[in-house]
Design a binder for this molecule. Structure first.
Ligand SMILES: [Zn+2]
Length: 91
């Protein structure tokens, strides 16, 4: 079995990080701005944790970080014909 590890810049902070494209939290963005019709862009773990602190202050449920979201994915779990940026759960 092989593994796939995706690398990209976080759409919130710009830092390059590694993630599982099936599990990483994402936000739809266009030209650097949130857009419900944009492409899914990955969010790094520190940004999700910072967002969850703010969400807690505002009584908003936290963003769930799925186990393995920032680890490699089984190569057979990736849909290589899917032309979307990510398959992950959107924020
Ligand atoms: Zn970030």
């Amino acid at each position: 079995m092989g593994y796939v590890i995706a690398h990209a810049g976080c759409c919130a902070c710009g830092n390059v990080f590694s993630f599982n494209p099936n599990l990483v939290p994402s936000i739809r963005m266009t030209a650097g701005h949130p857009d419900p019709n944009g492409q899914r862009e990955p969010v790094c773990e520190p940004c999700v944790k910072r967002a969850n602190v703010q969400r807690a202050k505002n009584n908003i449920p936290p963003i769930e970080i799925l186990p393995g979201a920032y680890e490699g994915a089984d190569e057979y779990s990736i849909d290589w014909n899917d032309n979307r940026t990510l398959n992950s759960k959107e924020l």
